[in-house]
Design a protein around this ligand. Structure first.
Ligand SMILES: [Fe+2]
Ligand SMILES: [Fe+2]
Length: 229
């Protein structure tokens, strides 16, 4: 197996794991929201999204296996919230990190990959996932907007850097990632492109969206300039 095939297989196996984690997280968040917002339409969207993520995990695992990389690992549920937050704030933290940030970034990455010369079977998977992730991003913004309408959500501003570090960085700066343009055919962005898209999407979509709902972007911008430049 050559280095490109192996890198592609590992990247798709990593995505399969992230998709499975998202499925468990969305199911747990769907069960938590009605305790404080019984009229919210978001739990139904989260349950549908959990089913989407299971389907994405299978698609990603199928591609990674086709590159000779075993998918590995069952469903896991990783809580990413700081211990100091109460239950309602913890849900908000996780929804913002997982949907407003991660799903929005995912859409930008997938759109970029779809603009490249990916192989047909890779394109099919990228297109199917991209279609759903757009909806998953929106459900995060819907939850944040409902919360912002009834209470002060400005405390989130100080947590955005840890959301960025905890949920995105691991996939963004993997150790020793080979980055030839050849990987684009297999649906994998070379490191520098990935970083550039990540920062641009934060700058143009995620942070303005947070600011519009009362979450200052200043701590996040400080984190970015320190971390990226
Ligand atoms: Fe997904
Ligand atoms: Fe998603």
């Amino acid at each position: 197996m050559d280095a490109v095939q192996r890198a592609a297989g590992e990247a798709w196996a990593f995505r399969a794991r992230v998709e499975r984690e998202a499925a468990s997280r969305f199911a747990r968040l769907a069960a938590a929201i009605p305790a404080f917002d019984p009229a919210s339409p978001v739990p139904a969207l989260l349950r549908r999204a959990a089913a989407d993520e299971d389907r994405h995990a299978a698609l990603c695992a199928g591609l990674s296996a086709s590159y000779g990389c075993p998918g590995g690992g069952g469903a896991t549920d990783v809580r990413i919230t700081p211990r100091s937050l109460g239950p309602r704030d913890a849900v908000l933290y996780e929804v913002v990190a997982a949907c407003c940030i991660t799903e929005t970034e995912s859409v930008a990455t997938l759109a970029t990959l779809l603009g490249e010369q990916a192989e047909p079977r890779v394109r099919t998977v990228l297109r199917e996932i991209a279609r759903d992730e757009v909806v998953h991003g929106r459900m995060g913004w819907a939850h944040l907007a409902r919360e912002a309408a009834v209470r002060d959500v400005s405390f989130l501003a100080a947590w955005v850097p840890s959301m960025l570090a905890g949920t995105v960085e691991e996939g963004l700066f993997p150790a020793g990632e080979p980055g030839p343009d050849e990987l684009l055919r297999h649906g994998v962005l070379p490191g520098p492109r990935k970083k550039e898209i990540f920062v641009r999407t934060l700058d143009e979509v995620v942070l303005p969206g947070l600011e519009k709902l009362g979450v200052s972007a200043a701590p996040a911008r400080a984190w970015i300039s320190q971390r990226i430049s």
